[in-house]
Design a protein around this ligand. Structure first.
Ligand code: ZN
Length: 372
């Protein structure tokens, strides 16, 4: 699938002058090729093709050396544009191509774009080592990559819009693998009281044996704090705490392995929140339960198990997933202690975590269907 990604560029005054001049030469080339085509057709019903135009251009460059200032690829792309204009005319999608005025001709296409590693310059336009746009005659142009460029770059268009300049990259991205079935999708909200709640309402509790072991561990830790440091009893208790710790960790890992296995087997798309676990663990109030619950471990297990089963783990931004109503989108502000979502607009009453899981699922599906 092909997509356009647009970024603002900041040419200097000098670079703008050059770009303006190139645009002007491209526009003149377009207009004169159109005139030639009209004339040849009217005189002898002769078809003047894109290749004829290119041959003419080679001759023109000898006569008018200033044309050589424009990189040859964008100049040749002018004929591709003219050809496309005629094609849409013949398909009755557009009117007969017209002479272009200054304001109508505001972009140039660079059909090949690459990187310029170690100073090797292969394309008319490329990224330099420091991430700026680079052309031999223009030098480096500042570009603001406000979001990452994803996919394989197929071509670049430099465009003037009013007084601003833009770089539009046409990128090719992999479509969803055919094995992905968005009808078999589930959202998961990892909670504090329950381990997780699914978008279909299923609650997953921490297993009883795990809770039991955790209780034993807490008790052992309390006992340890009462013992005299360095005493024989203290050392024995340290060993007891350590072995319980290990058991809890093992049991939790088993539990998460089984849970992630079942989810990845039952569903093609599993949606979770893209939680910043490090940031959350710093929040003291939540810290214990979160680091204990092993969220990061769970997500990693899901990631590779989903892939193994031909599915997909989709992470979404957690913003407003617990606030918004999953039925009507109304924002219902609630503190962490309020466990039920009650929508004042549509009347939905839902467990807080299930509402969040439904929102997580919806966000994931929206993103998947938009980008594919
Ligand atoms: Zn609602």
């Amino acid at each position: 699938m092909l997509l356009n990604q647009k970024y603002k560029v900041y040419p200097t005054e000098e670079q703008k002058e050059i770009l303006e001049r190139w645009l002007q030469y491209c526009r003149q080339t377009y207009n004169s090729a159109l005139l030639d085509k009209d004339r040849k057709y009217k005189q002898n019903k002769e078809n003047y093709s894109r290749y004829d135009m290119q041959n003419q251009q080679t001759l023109d460059k000898k006569k008018y050396p200033f044309l050589k200032e424009v990189p040859s690829q964008p100049l040749q792309e002018v004929f591709v544009r003219l050809q496309k204009a005629f094609e849409s005319f013949f398909r009755k999608d557009a009117k007969y191509p017209k002479q272009k005025k200054y304001k109508d001709y505001n972009s140039m296409t660079f059909p090949q774009f690459g990187f310029k590693p170690n100073g090797i310059h292969r394309y008319a336009m490329s990224f330099s080592d420091n991430g700026k746009l680079y052309n031999k005659k223009l030098g480096e142009i500042d570009i603001l990559l406000h979001r990452p460029l994803e996919g394989t770059i197929k071509q670049l268009i430099i465009k003037r819009q009013g007084k601003k300049w833009y770089a539009i990259f046409c990128v090719e991205r992999q479509a969803l693998p055919p094995s992905i079935d968005t009808n078999r999708a589930i959202g998961i909200d990892v909670g504090l009281n329950k381990y997780a709640v699914l978008s279909n309402g299923l609650e997953i509790k921490n297993p009883r044996f795990l809770r039991k072991k955790e209780k034993q561990l807490k008790k052992a830790q309390r006992t340890l704090s009462k013992k005299k440091k360095g005493s024989l009893n203290y050392i024995k208790q340290v060993q007891k705490v350590r072995s319980l710790h290990e058991k809890v960790a093992n049991q939790r890992r088993d539990f998460l392995h089984k849970l992630s296995y079942n989810l990845s087997k039952d569903y093609s798309v599993v949606a979770v929140e893209n939680l910043n676990i490090c940031g959350m663990v710093r929040n003291r109030k939540l810290s214990k339960s979160i680091s204990d619950a092993g969220w990061g471990m769970f997500r990693n297990m899901l990631l590779y198990k989903c892939e193994k089963h031909g599915g997909l783990l989709k992470k979404v931004e957690p913003k407003y997933t617990s606030q918004d109503c999953s039925y009507c989108g109304n924002r219902v502000k609630k503190s962490l202690s309020i466990r039920t979502h009650i929508c004042t607009k549509c009347g939905t009453v839902l467990d807080r975590d299930q509402n969040a899981a439904r929102n997580i699922l919806q966000k994931a599906l929206e993103e998947l269907l938009v980008t594919n």
